[in-house]
Write a protein that binds this ligand. Sequence first.
Ligand code: HEM
Length: 151
Amino acid sequence: MMLNLLRPNTWRTGLFCLMLPLLATGSVQAQSPTLFQQLGQEQGISLVVDELLRLALQDQRISATFKDSNMRRLAKLLKEQICVVSDGPCNYTGDDMKVVHESMGISSAQFNALAEDLQIAMDKFNVPSTTQNRLIARLAPMKRDIVRAKK
Ligand code: HEM
């Protein structure tokens, strides 16, 4: 019996038996990709954000809001932020969303317009709709800090 335990085959069978319950409960699985990976990491996010800001500047519903903005800085910070919210390895170095946007008087319709432009930008780079929805769902809670209800 003791000798049997030392045989490689016995070890292999034993290991397999130990792994079975783990496999059955799904504890041992290839890790599912993060949203950051699904978006194509920094490079994919960078392409989408540049396209989003290009569209936003042409979008009559929101373009006026950006007329005095430093678009280079905004692009850099938006890329960092999308990297962070999608679980990427970045730091967001910008200011708080509420503080930044509160004086802009952004309406709910304008928030939705930017979200629509973001979807168009993601379509351009063939981001799958499930990935698009995951990102939109993570940005949506920011709406309460960005939109200022008009009186
Ligand atoms: C989920 C939606 C949004 C996100 C994640 C977002 C993110 C950001 C970030 C990261 C910044 C830079 C913060 C800083 O300067 O420290 C910023 C600034 C700004 N955002 Fe937004 N934003 C959103 C919605 C909007 C909307 C809907 C508008 C207008 C329609 C808008 C207009 C601006 C403007 C004008 C600036 C200032 C840019 C500058 O002059 O430096 N944002 N936003």
